[in-house]
Design a protein around this ligand. Structure first.
Ligand code: FES
Length: 208
């Protein structure tokens, strides 16, 4: 909520209480995903960045997929216009959410040069930065796995310190992952986002 709304809630609690009750009542016939998407579009229309970030998180928590969020934005084109849609997509990109990357949406994505494979031992895991994304790279035997460092729960950027043996524990709500597979092994229910990878002339490449 904005500072101004916070202020009004404190300064005029009764009037603002009616306002919030009105908003709550308006959406009670809608399912949570539809309600979340409509709220999200209102934030794009008003161009309130903090509200947009907050409502995007809420929409994803309610089960909206990134493809549904993009569809909602595009469907609102007649009301929003292209400039506001681009404004919203710029914020989504700045948030670095793995689920919105083209490769995660089923598009081709782009190959990125991650690191030199020489000296990287089997069983080893490293956290690296590559073209603006944090990655956990794990080598198993002759194979490789590349995971996004953003937590699949609420996109916390997980640091290297969170890795203990083969277990990566997100510091925010303690979801734990097996870094050898990306599977969630404690508390949560979603795996780390894994990017396709390949070795080309001694360089590990990943696509997102
Ligand atoms: S953001 Fe990682 S466990 Fe919640």
């Amino acid at each position: 909520m904005s500072d101004a709304l916070n202020y009004l809630v404190k300064a005029r609690p009764e009037a603002m209480g009616h306002y919030f009750a009105f908003l709550k009542d308006c959406g009670k016939q809608l399912d949570p995903k539809t309600r979340a998407l409509i709220s999200l579009i209102t934030k794009v229309h008003a161009q309130t960045e903090r509200g947009f970030r907050q409502y995007l998180g809420r929409a994803l928590r309610e089960g909206c997929t990134p493809a549904e969020v993009l569809d909602a934005l595009l469907m609102a084109f007649p009301a929003l216009g292209l400039a506001k849609i681009v404004w919203a997509v710029d914020i989504i990109l700045a948030m670095g959410l793995p689920a919105f990357q083209p490769a995660a949406l089923g598009a081709a994505g782009e190959w990125h040069d991650v690191l030199a494979t020489k000296g990287f031992k089997a069983g080893e895991t490293r956290r690296v930065e590559c073209d603006g994304r944090g990655l956990f790279v794990h080598r198993h035997g002759k194979g490789w796995r590349v995971f996004d460092s953003r937590c699949p729960h609420q996109t916390t950027d997980i640091p290297h310190l969170a890795l203990e043996g083969a277990t990566l524990t997100c510091p925010k709500h303690q979801w734990a992952f097996d870094i050898r597979t990306g599977a969630c092994i404690r508390i949560g229910d979603k795996a780390l986002t894994q990017w396709e990878c390949k070795v080309v002339k001694g360089r590990l490449m990943a696509r997102w």
